[in-house]
Design a protein around this ligand. Structure first.
Ligand code: SAM
Ligand code: SF4
Length: 361
């Protein structure tokens, strides 16, 4: 390993220039970065991968993010919302298979019928078992009273990606209007922290207009914000979105994938005891992409437990994996896949991020 890299990896906390340097590593140096992140993971959070059964509740969305296949402006998508029965069956599946936690994700909606429905579902899921699953929500920006009601009904984690810590880049990825306000996104993240949620954020990697400085600043944002969890993955273009017209300026998919691994490793070095998810988008590029992420420092995966017939319609990007399979098909191979990484599966526990309990509030 070269001397400069060795020196950076020995430090507890790299500075901005050093982060940019780490994000550009290739070959043997890149391997050394992954190895260091794996060592830190083993030391601080253990060689354990936590499962969160992912329920893609609905692809109905009131927003129009320029990158997302289920944006409201995409009229070519059939919209759905799972029935209560489907949600409860999926949650039961997670409980029966000892997943420990679930994630409920959907397009963003803030009307009362929707937010009340989520509260009702949370209450029902929590009463399914004497040992109910931990629940993460990923339902976009909401008012303080809604975040509070959902927390009281049983959700205790929330994932809201900042998408970019640069206001300027944020508004190249989103329309500039009240519904897509960078300031409101930050405010929502602050509210979640204030209300006591285990708070997660993240970004897409390899979007148009993004450079290494942006990504370094994203990692610094996560550190300074003192997040508990991170979910970040490669940007994958979708033909029916406005950003698609910039596809010629994108780096090759495999480079976006490798850069995501370096982002994960660098974040693990910067924030040793948080939870980091191996995003599903990793698997869309490489069949063992999530496993590679686990070996580079991630410790959470989100097996999709949405009923098979609806998965095809939750297409954020092209080539989304496992859209034709039922949950059980995925589950049978997961054990082997995680075994390959050298991790154990954290069955039957919530798998909360250690950082949440150690950070100052
Ligand atoms: N609507 C909620 C929100 O935006 O927070 C939750 C669902 S949204 C589909 C979850 C995440 O999907 C977003 O935060 C975004 O980063 C990611 N996503 C959307 N389009 C994507 C794309 N084309 N490639 C990769 N990730 C994408
Ligand atoms: Fe809607 Fe989330 Fe997609 Fe934006 S990223 S269009 S809020 S589902």
């Amino acid at each position: 390993m070269n001397k400069k890299l060795q020196k950076i990896l020995e430090k507890a906390d790299p500075n901005r220039d050093e982060i940019i340097y780490l994000l550009g590593l290739q070959g043997e140096d890149e391997k050394a970065l992954f190895k260091k992140a794996a060592e830190i993971k083993a030391q601080y959070v253990g060689k354990v991968t936590w499962f969160r059964g992912l329920i893609e509740y609905s692809n109905i969305c009131s927003k129009n993010c320029y990158y997302c296949g289920i944006r409201c402006g995409n009229k070519a998508t059939d919209r759905y919302q799972l029935s209560d029965e489907d949600v409860l069956d999926a949650a039961k599946y997670a409980i029966d298979n000892n997943y420990g936690s679930i994630v409920i994700q959907a397009g963003e909606r803030s009307n009362k019928a929707f937010t009340d429905k989520i509260t009702e579902l949370l209450t029902k899921i929590k009463s399914l078992s004497d040992t109910p699953p931990g629940i993460t929500l990923s339902l976009g920006e909401q008012s303080e009273s809604v975040f509070r009601a959902w927390k009281e009904a049983g959700a205790h984690r929330y994932l809201l990606r900042i998408e970019s810590a640069s206001r300027d880049l944020y508004h190249k990825l989103h329309p500039e209007n009240e519904l897509h306000s960078f300031e409101n996104r930050i405010k929502s993240l602050r509210l979640l922290q204030k209300l006591g949620y285990q708070t997660g954020t993240g970004v897409m990697i390899g979007t148009p207009f993004q450079n290494m400085e942006h990504l370094a600043d994203d990692l610094i944002f996560m550190r300074d914000f003192d997040i508990d969890m991170c979910g970040m993955g490669p940007y994958i273009e979708h033909e029916q979105t406005p950003l698609y017209k910039h596809k010629d300026q994108l780096m090759p998919l495999n480079d976006r994938f490798r850069l995501t691994l370096r982002m994960i490793s660098t974040l693990r070095i910067m924030m040793k005891d948080i939870n980091i998810a191996a995003a599903t988008a990793m698997q869309a590029i490489d069949p063992i992409g999530r496993e590679k992420a686990i070996m580079a420092g991630a410790n959470v995966i989100m097996p999709n437990i949405t009923p098979g017939c609806f998965r095809n319609n939750y297409k954020l990007y092209e080539n989304k994996p496992c859209t034709d399979e039922e949950a059980s098909d995925c589950s049978s191979c997961l054990e082997v896949r995680i075994g390959m990484t050298g991790d154990k599966i954290g069955y039957g526990q919530w798998g909360d991020p250690k950082h949440y309990f150690s950070r100052e509030r």
